[in-house]
Design a protein around this ligand. Structure first.
Ligand code: FAD
Length: 475
């Protein structure tokens, strides 16, 4: 049929995967559009994910940090917190970044089409125009034709069926709205998102409980890293419930009553002022009419792709959360670049050896590549070397020497295949280990690279020197 507009590339979704793909396609000279239902670009990450959580976590970390100074003879009064101003700060941060994206789209002549999109064929989207701050439809519809499409429709919070609608029960988006600080808060799901939000609310004054089905918090990270975080953060929690299922949630006038099941679970329902449901996210693959384009979607809503990010329909690509784990912004961005290059006729592949993970808690926990857990599970022979921050001049000077840096080498080749850091700024440092893995470095490459002294980053060089049996003589 006749379309209202026609493009070389149409990207479905304006998150980090989508805008990165669109900008890269435009930079290749392709006529490109992004379809996004919300008023701003940036997707989950900029609007209700990575960025707002870090804006709040930064404030929380400063509050926590000045408390450490009491031991050095510097005492501050209890902070006076104006929650409206803090929320305003977070909004300002989001606004700067989403505004920047709008400018970048304009500069590249990428059309941003506002609306809910559905495939209607293998070459057309139907877009129901949306308006306002949400995604209310105006009733206007148009058809957008494409030569190539890139699906970047992301993921949404997994809803637990037995949880009622109540303003005192929120998901991460609701928690980021920061309507107030509860006295007693339950986090359902002890993963990164739940623990980051818990850190913010706890520093602002809430007491925390956390419930997790697995046998430890922050799954994916090695237990030795998590242990350091947990020891430093136990004071925030009244109860850390592991191997425990949440089986009932009841909204009563005086609070939300939650029932648990597990060997060590409380037998009586527990009362909370706020419940954060952070029990995972699910992909949006089943909500976009993919079948009309012949694109295969799994039962759970994931879209399978090859190394070129192609779906089973060769001119339709998919990237980001919708193609699978790990659901992380930096993975989405790289996949977006690969898809865009292929749209432009280049042969590009997603060929990253490793994708780092970071919990931006206090201290931060960061890991990449082969962990000790993975090595054990897969029977990979490794050697590890650990540099404790108790021997780092900078960490001691900072009064934060609880952390450590760990490098993991392939026992046969001696090449670095993984690493983990727990400590302040761990997330900012893990990138060096990623680079070392991508470049195929061994301990000598890392240990003989001169790192600046005294820095926390130096601990990576020192961990490599430990592996080489060199005395690390810089305190
Ligand atoms: P999304 O960001 O989900 O974007 C998809 C976009 O598509 C959305 O804007 C949506 O409105 C739009 N869309 C979907 N369907 C349609 C349709 N039919 N029509 C029109 N538009 C549509 N990751 C990190 O790497 N670091 C972090 O620190 C981090 N923190 C996080 C904190 C929280 C609280 C949460 C929830 C997530 C966090 N993440 C973090 C994960 C990160 O946000 C996601 O991995 C990332 O946003 C995925 O990008 P994406 O492009 O695949 O999809």
């Amino acid at each position: 049929g006749s379309a209202d507009a026609e493009y070389d590339v149409v990207v479905l979704g304006g998150g980090p995967g989508g805008y990165s793909a669109a900008f890269a396609a435009a930079d290749q000279g392709l006529k490109t559009a992004i379809i996004e239902r919300y008023a701003t670009l940036g997707g989950v990450c900029l609007n209700v994910g990575c960025i707002p959580s870090k804006a709040l976590l930064h404030n929380a970390a400063v509050i926590d940090e000045v408390k450490h100074l009491a031991a050095n003879g510097i005492k501050f009064a209890e902070p006076e917190i104006d929650i409206d101003m803090l929320r305003g700060y977070k909004e300002k941060v989001i606004g700067k970044l989403t505004g920047g994206l709008a400018g970048m789209a304009k500069a590249r002549k990428v059309d941003v089409i506002r609306g809910n999109a559905q495939f209607v064929s293998a070459n057309h989207f139907e877009v129901a125009e949306t308006t306002g701050t949400g995604s209310e439809e105006t009733g206007n519809k148009k058809t957008v034709a494409f030569k190539n499409a890139i699906i970047a429709a992301g993921s949404r919070v997994t809803k637990l069926p037995f949880i009622p609608e109540d303003p005192r029960i929120v998901d991460s988006t609701g928690a980021l709205e920061l309507k107030g600080v509860p006295e007693k808060m339950l986090i359902i799901g002890g993963g990164i998102i739940g623990l980051e939000m818990g850190t913010v609310y706890s520093t602002l004054g809430a007491r925390l409980d956390v419930v997790e089905m697995m046998d430890g918090l922050m799954q994916g990270a090695d237990r030795d890293l998590v242990k350091v975080w947990q020891k430093m953060n136990e004071y925030r929690f009244d109860n850390i419930m592991l191997n425990t299922k949440t089986v009932g949630v009841e909204a009563k006038e005086d609070g939300i009553y939650v029932t648990f099941e597990g060997a060590k679970a409380p037998t009586e329902p527990q009362r909370y002022d706020l419940v954060l449901v952070a029990a995972g996210r699910q992909p949006n693959g089943l909500l976009i009419g993919a079948d009309k384009a012949g694109v295969a979607v799994t039962e759970r809503g994931f879209i399978e792709v090859d190394k070129q990010q192609r779906t089973n329909v060769p001119h339709i690509y998919a990237i980001g959360d919708i193609v699978g784990q790990p659901m992380l912004a930096h993975k989405a961005v790289h996949e977006g670049h690969v898809a865009a290059e292929n749209c432009a006729g280049h042969k590009a592949f997603f060929d990253a050896r490793v994708i780092p993970g970071v919990a931006y808690t206090d201290p931060e926990v960061a890991w990449v590549g082969v962990t000790e857990e993975i090595a054990k599970r897969d029977g990979i022979k490794i050697t590890k070397s650990v540099f404790p921050w108790a021997a780092s001049g900078r960490a001691i000077a900072n009064g934060r020497d609880e952390g450590f840096t760990k490098l993991i080498f392939d026992a046969e080749t001696g090449l670095i295949i993984g690493g983990g850091i727990v400590g302040t700024h761990a997330g900012d440092m893990i990138g060096e280990i990623c680079l070392a893995i991508e470049m195929g470095c061994d301990a000598e490459d890392i240990g003989k690279t001169i790192h600046p002294h005294p820095t926390l980053g130096e601990s990576i060089g020192m961990a490599a020197e430990v592996a080489l049996g060199v005395c690390t003589d810089l305190p």
